[in-house]
Design a protein around this ligand. Structure first.
Ligand code: SAM
Length: 250
């Protein structure tokens, strides 16, 4: 980019150098953004790992989807110590009127906690498995919760209207999206300007975390996958025993 700038600006006469520099910078920034937003593509490879689907994205193999039959495991008592869900939602620093999408919501382990923090807002609980949404509906009725809306997503589309959400959270879910590019594209479009993405995955850099490799992600890999959308990595919160809580801003 520096070389391209020099070649454009170098041709301009001295009084016009500043204007030429500005135009060149804006042109090159716009073109590199357009290039960066392209889908890097998927690679199919039959030599898959045990919990993988044989499909690779930006150098990592995608994991299989956890079936709704295992929904009970998501509510296991030990998860309170392992994943500290109340501290996670407290660290989202939500305003009471925000609209938050819980993408890959499962049985609503996080949706119900977030709903309490946005009494004038709501939670869009998105999942591709209708059985998961049924579990959420049953609990809504049981607990008298009215600010959670179940959304049936597609494997390549969160089905959220453009600029309709203030924040999105994905907990232990992103690594199993079979179409991660399309999903982040859809989430990015659904976020309002300044909206945040909270991405929680088991730490791929940490061999002591007792989770299979494809169900973990490194910070480097996550940053790489978010960067192509121009999402800014705002911070990584490190208070969790096994996961990264990474924050990105539109
Ligand atoms: C391991 S569960 C985690 C559920 C929940 N986030 C939690 O922490 O309890 C992952 C969930 O992501 C959902 N999922 C997988 N691919 C998805 C996609 N493309 N869009 C929405 N949900 C998806 C699965 O159906 C599953 O319910």
């Amino acid at each position: 980019m520096a070389q391209a700038l020099r070649s454009i600006v170098g041709r301009a006469s001295a009084p016009h150098k500043f204007a030429a520099l500005l135009v060149a910078f804006l042109t090159l920034s716009a073109s590199s953004f357009a290039f960066a937003a392209e889908n890097p593509g998927y690679i199919e490879d039959p030599s898959r790992q045990t919990t993988g689907i044989g499909k690779f994205y930006m150098g990592r193999e995608i994991s299989f989807v956890m079936g709704h039959q295992a929904a009970g495991w998501l509510n296991r008592p030990g998860r309170i110590q392992e994943e500290m869900p109340d501290e996670v939602v407290a660290n989202m620093t939500l305003r009471p009127d925000e609209v938050v999408a819980d993408i890959g919501a499962g049985s609503g382990y996080f949706s119900f906690r977030i709903a309490k923090l946005v009494p004038q807002g709501k939670v869009m609980a998105v999942d591709i498995q209708p059985e998961m949404l049924d579990i959420i509906e049953a609990r809504k009725a049981e607990d008298g919760v009215s600010n959670i809306e179940g959304v049936k997503g597609e494997i390549d589309d969160p089905n959220l209207p453009a600029e309709s959400i203030d924040a999105a959270i994905m907990v232990d879910a992103y690594h199993e999206f079979s179409h991660p590019y399309e999903m982040i594209d859809g989430i990015y479009k659904a976020l309002r300007p300044g909206g945040r993405i909270f991405l929680l995955e088991y730490r791929g850099e940490d061999r002591s975390v007792p989770i299979r490799p494809l169900h973990k992600m490194t910070q480097e890999q996550v940053k790489k996958e978010m960067a192509i959308f121009g999402l800014t990595h705002t911070e990584t919160l490190d208070f969790l025993p096994w996961q990264h809580m990474m924050v990105f801003t539109k």
